[in-house]
Ligand binder design. Structure first.
Ligand SMILES: [Zn+2]
Length: 319
């Protein structure tokens, strides 16, 4: 499918900003009527008949779409009861930049943090026996629905993580869960805004993270990010030990601030949390940009975190 924009020639007022009406201008093109009529008219008629005798949800959709879905799934159209269909950019990610320093890709926010955390987790297990001697449980939790507020049965603002931790049944006394939470540490990883060379003024002067300069610690006095000085200190110690770069981001006081699942989980569970993310440009555009070096850096930091958190934390005293 394709959602073509209106040619700029046909609306001179659109010059300043790319504007569209969400209801009327974003309907994707699936096919042209002429082609659909020439191509398999008979089978469409057959499927239309099956569909009309079937559930209402199937009647809402064009037979050619249902045929395509059924073919991809290897089922009959009549076997489709219902579905949730999401469109996304199918162009592959590419490395770009004259020194190969960029990744141009859809959905870096937040597949990149998901990828880096899982990679760091796997690497941490392969290279050492740290887990064998650790009394902590190591966990990566990846949540759906963050972009719509995390309020769903399996979003970060649900009881999923709480229930999962409880099901692990750590310890045996009445307050073992609460003790576990108090000893735990959450690295909430979501993407960060790199300073844009064409919009330098959008960043606070002293907190303008750059691509390829390392993972960004995100701080916000209004707790849109859950980082505290105590939590950032722990990650800084680990990064310093491995000579891995970290940057810091604080939004301008005259600018709105994004948020992450960090404050939600931190508040729901009462768990120490730091918000971090790789710096990127054009967040939420169909083709986002990040620095290629930052992938490796954050995998290394996550790996080191899993392996060394217990030891570092045991030496930490917060007054
Ligand atoms: Zn986002």
């Amino acid at each position: 499918m394709r959602i073509p924009s209106l040619a700029i020639h046909l609306d001179r007022t659109a010059n300043e900003a790319f504007k569209f009406n969400n209801e009327t201008h974003l309907t994707p093109m699936l096919a042209t009527v002429a082609k659909v009529c020439n191509h398999g008219e008979k089978s469409l008629e057959k499927d239309s008949a099956t569909i009309s005798s079937n559930t209402n949800s199937q009647m809402k959709h064009h037979p050619i779409l249902l045929q395509k879905i059924a073919k991809n799934l290897g089922v009959e159209v009549s076997q489709i009861r219902d579905f949730e269909l999401c469109l996304y950019d199918t162009q592959l990610s590419v490395i770009g930049g004259i020194c190969d320093e960029f990744i141009f890709s859809p959905r870096l926010d937040n597949l990149n943090s998901s990828f880096c955390s899982v990679e760091g987790f796997i690497d941490s297990l392969q290279e050492s026996k740290s887990l064998d001697n650790d009394t902590n449980v190591w966990m990566v939790a990846l949540f759906d629905n963050e972009e719509i507020g995390s309020k769903s049965a399996y979003g970060a603002d649900s009881t999923l993580l709480d229930s999962t931790l409880k099901r692990l049944q750590i310890g045996g006394n009445l307050t073992s869960f609460e003790q576990t939470v108090a000893n735990s540490f959450l690295v909430s990883a979501d993407m960060a805004h790199a300073v844009h060379p064409n919009y330098f003024e959008k960043h606070e002067d002293n907190h303008a993270p750059q691509m390829n300069q390392g993972l960004v610690i995100k701080v916000n006095a209004n707790q849109r990010y859950a980082t505290t000085s105590a939590t950032s200190a722990i990650l800084k110690v680990i990064a310093e030990k491995h000579d891995l770069p970290l940057q810091e981001f604080v939004v301008r006081n005259d600018s709105p601030c994004g948020s992450t699942i960090g404050p939600l989980i931190s508040a729901n569970l009462g768990i120490r949390t730091i918000d971090v993310g790789n710096p990127m440009l054009a967040m939420h555009s169909i083709r986002e940009t990040m620095g290629s070096d930052d992938v490796h850096t954050s995998i290394e930091i996550f790996k080191a975190f899993f392996k060394e958190f217990s030891e570092v934390d045991s030496k930490f005293i917060v007054d």
